[in-house]
Design a protein around this ligand. Structure first.
Ligand code: CO
Length: 470
């Protein structure tokens, strides 16, 4: 009798980052998370994704929480499990490219405060935008994972993905993630994609998808059969809909097979028990919308990420132009084509979406052009997969000359300037990074923090601090 070769699949748990980012607008508080930490630490996850992405901005902006303090608390609680963050390449956790000194310092402080795995992606899949972050992660002793933003279009052939995988390995990354932010990856395509990545590289392959289109767990099954090593899952009360497949379900689906994760269902069920009342709370207060819990087939039909659909809806609502929704949805692929068919992920998704809205509302394409659109056509976000439409580019940038180098090569170091700007508020080294990314939100938070410490209420502290020009 021949022995079956075991190829256990590993699980990365997203409950502390993407699951609540996707389902409740990133509003879960540190206080709600911490009681689950000892339970999560006992599971044997490959990693727990707990930081980065939108959590940094949302913690400061909406929860009056310092994201660095949250990370330190995770590090105190997790004794055995690797902590993972999501990093937007040269855009760090923001929406535009930052100079190298800021990227390097951010990576250094993230690792110093507890991050083990840094998942780095670029909204154009321009690997030049990942180099500084990857090198910094390696230097700090962290695992550098490069995530490819998955998208569709005639430029994205299997050869394209194989070549990307080869180049990622050559860059010195430790693993590759397929980041299917929109849930576009259908099962058959997953088989082909994982096979293509394996042909280009021998690095471990991690799958990240969203349940938006209803395909996700079938896609995972096929990806694993094709050789994927790690799956991103969310504990069941915060799974499905616009979030990830449920951890417990994927664990049981592979039980007894050669891919058996070996994870304990009873222990997972206790974590689900803990998060179920938190889910109920957010359903009751309306932050979790049952509308996002079903299948949204528009995402496959229009190839637009779920988050982008809801942004378009709210942008149109603000203009009292809800009736233009389908016109905008049809304009999105045209704008994307003009911009060289980029993946749609932060920040390219916002740039394409906003331009599509403007084109429809003004009735004349590119009559109104935000600076971000101009920067995109000037090459300031990086190199697009296909060339820009030359006529549209000319119309948008006029006589300006587009750049072809790595965008951050043109950015001067900024840390000393930021240090000076916040010197009167600074309580810890990381404050300068918080300010670098979100200046206004950071200042509001620093004032709130000062007020908490001195017992002065935030409103009067705000009035006093207006005297300081920062
Ligand atoms: Co995601």
């Amino acid at each position: 009798m021949s022995e079956v070769v075991k190829k256990p699949v590993q699980i990365t748990e997203t409950i502390l980052r993407d699951a609540h980012q996707s389902l409740i607008a990133t509003r879960m508080t540190t206080e709600e998370m911490l009681p689950a930490v000892p339970m999560l630490d006992e599971i044997g996850y490959r990693a727990v994704e707990c930081w980065g992405g939108a959590t940094f901005d949302a913690a400061l902006r909406f929860l009056h929480e310092d994201p660095w303090i949250r990370l330190r608390k995770f590090k105190e609680g997790f004794k055995k499990t690797k902590l993972q963050m999501l990093f937007r390449g040269q855009n760090i956790l923001g929406y535009k490219p930052y100079p190298d000194d800021v990227v390097e310092y951010f990576v250094q402080k993230s690792v110093a405060n507890g991050i083990d795995v840094i998942r780095i992606f670029d909204c154009l899949n321009d690997l030049r935008n990942l180099k500084t972050a990857v090198d910094a992660a390696k230097k700090e002793g962290a695992e550098a994972q490069i995530a490819l933003s998955y998208t569709l279009g005639d430029a994205y052939t299997l050869d394209y993905w194989t070549t990307m995988a080869r180049e990622i390995e050559e860059m010195g990354a430790d693993s590759i993630c397929i980041k299917d932010m929109a849930g576009l990856l259908v099962p058959k395509a997953a088989t082909e994609l994982v096979t293509a990545l394996k042909a280009g590289s021998s690095l471990p392959i991690e799958m990240h998808t969203h349940y938006t289109s209803g395909c996700a767990s079938m896609t995972y099954m096929k990806a694993v059969e094709a050789g994927a090593d790690i799956l991103d899952c969310a504990i069941s009360p915060f799974a499905l809909g616009t979030s990830q497949p449920a951890t417990e379900v994927m664990v049981e689906a592979f039980r007894g097979t050669e891919y058996d994760t070996g994870l304990n269902l009873d222990k997972l069920a206790k974590i689900a028990d803990y998060f179920r009342p938190i889910r109920e709370k957010y359903l009751e207060n309306g932050l979790m919308n049952p509308k996002n819990m079903g299948v949204n087939i528009k995402t496959l039909q229009y190839q637009v990420p779920g988050g982008m659909l809801s942004n378009l809806t709210s942008q149109l609502a603000q203009q009292h132009a809800e009736d233009k929704f389908y016109e905008v949805l049809e304009e999105v692929p045209r704008v994307r084509k003009d911009m060289g068919d980029p993946p749609l992920v932060t920040p390219s998704s916002q740039i394409v979406g906003t331009q599509a809205v403007m084109n429809v509302l003004t009735g004349k394409r590119y009559m109104v052009v935000p600076q971000e659109t101009k920067d995109m056509f000037l090459g300031r976000y990086g190199k697009s997969t296909k060339p820009f439409d030359p006529e549209i580019q000319k119309q948008v940038i006029g006589n300006e000359t587009p750049i072809t180098c790595r965008p951050a090569d043109l950015l001067e170091d900024k840390l000393p300037e930021y240090e000076e700007a916040i010197s009167s508020y600074k309580k810890m080294d990381e404050d300068v990074l918080t300010y670098a990314l979100f200046p206004q939100v950071a200042l509001d938070y620093f004032k709130y923090r000062d007020a908490q410490e001195t017992g002065v209420d935030a409103a009067s502290a705000d009035a006093e601090n207006k005297a300081y020009p920062v």
